[in-house]
Design a protein around this ligand. Structure first.
Ligand SMILES: [Zn+2]
Length: 353
């Protein structure tokens, strides 16, 4: 848990250092204490067959969740009763749950309605055409293989409009996915991407009141929104354009990806005790490594960049202390970093020998 936090923080720091925004918009600074507005707990289990195919052909389950790991909540649902951003006073979730404006509105966000009259069990939100997922400056990954057809601000020159920075992927099977409110985009238009590939970092750009990822699924030809959960409520799906349950194997799961996790060590060696042998490793497909060397309190110097090597030897100067930061990057863009413990080089006649 501590390691995860450290790595996440490191990713944010690295992202700040390396981010090259398309526009000179001020980068949103992550709130160190996010106020998570948990509106609706993430449904743990989804029915496998959304609507029995009765409202149109099913696309076949092909999507995985647009993030890695588990534990993210849903902050807003797809509204089957008019996912067109028109406010009609009723919100309909895929499982048949309904909330009405007449039951009461969330005073903090008036497009959220109570499921039970007079209670504060808000459902969000009226007219929403996708799923809002509680991501906080985290890696966003492609929900299936496809081609990037859009990777830019939704409205050129406007950092507070619509979905902000977004990526759209054409999956070649009649469906597109959209990832909105990104803080950073890591892919470009025309690029082929694979399931689980990092396409950016989530954020809160565009018309957004807090950090989250907007995940939308659309018919490619008409840009008609569909709910990847399909419809499992009683009666007919209020949204006639739905395409059934589009999740791979019928359940919303993160892709199974071999994630990098760096192990690194450094030891003083050599006859004079002034060499430092460094070695490292990490799971993951197509891993390359960056290795940065640090001496005492000095700034780091790059030792290796995008290298497939897993060891090296450097010469140290007696009386100095060395440590090394190893960053692993997989072919899908997932990364992890870890540092060796510091090694003090004593030189000839030293405890190293
Ligand atoms: Zn949204």
């Amino acid at each position: 848990m501590v390691r995860g936090t450290v790595v996440a923080a490191l990713i944010v720091v690295l992202a700040i250092v390396t981010a090259v925004p398309t526009f000179a918009a001020p980068l949103p600074i992550p709130d160190p204490k996010p106020k998570e507005r948990i509106v609706d707990p993430y449904p743990a289990q989804m029915p496998a067959a959304g609507i029995d195919g009765q409202y149109g052909p099913t696309g076949g389950g092909f999507l995985t969740l647009p993030y890695l790991g588990d534990g993210h909540f849903v902050s807003s649902n797809f509204d089957h009763c008019g996912p067109t951003y028109q406010v009609d006073g009723v919100i309909c979730r895929f499982d048949g749950t309904r909330a009405y404006a007449g039951n009461g509105r969330d005073p903090e966000a008036t497009v959220g309605y109570a499921m039970t009259a007079g209670k504060s069990d808000w459902l969000f939100y009226d007219g929403h055409d996708g799923w809002d997922l509680g991501l906080y400056y985290e890696q966003v990954v492609a929900a299936a293989d496809g081609t990037v057809t859009y990777a830019d601000w939704s409205t050129p020159g406007c950092t507070t409009c619509s979905f902000g920075q977004g990526v759209r992927i054409d999956h070649g099977n009649g469906f597109d996915t959209l990832y909105g409110h990104l803080w950073r985009i890591d892919v470009s238009r025309g690029q082929r991407v694979s399931r689980g590939q990092v396409i950016g970092i989530s954020g809160t750009t565009g018309a957004s009141i807090g950090e989250h990822l907007h995940f939308g699924v659309y018919r490619h030809a008409t840009w008609t929104p569909v709910d990847p959960f399909g419809w499992s409520g009683g009666g007919r799906d209020p949204w006639p354009d739905d395409a059934g349950n589009l999740w791979l194997n019928g359940t919303a799961k993160s892709p199974i990806i071999a994630l990098p996790m760096v192990a690194a060590k450094a030891d003083a060696t050599g006859d004079a005790g002034t060499d430092v042998a460094i070695s490292w490793s990490s799971p993951g497909a197509g891993v390359t490594y960056d290795v940065t060397q640090y001496r005492d309190d000095e700034l780091g110097t790059t030792l290796l960049s995008r290298s497939t090597a897993t060891s090296t030897l450097v010469h140290g100067d007696a009386g100095h202390s060395y440590w090394f930061l190893v960053t692993a990057l997989t072919a899908l863009g997932e990364s992890d970093a870890n540092a060796t413990p510091p090694v003090t080089v004593f030189g000839s006649g030293s405890p190293n020998q």
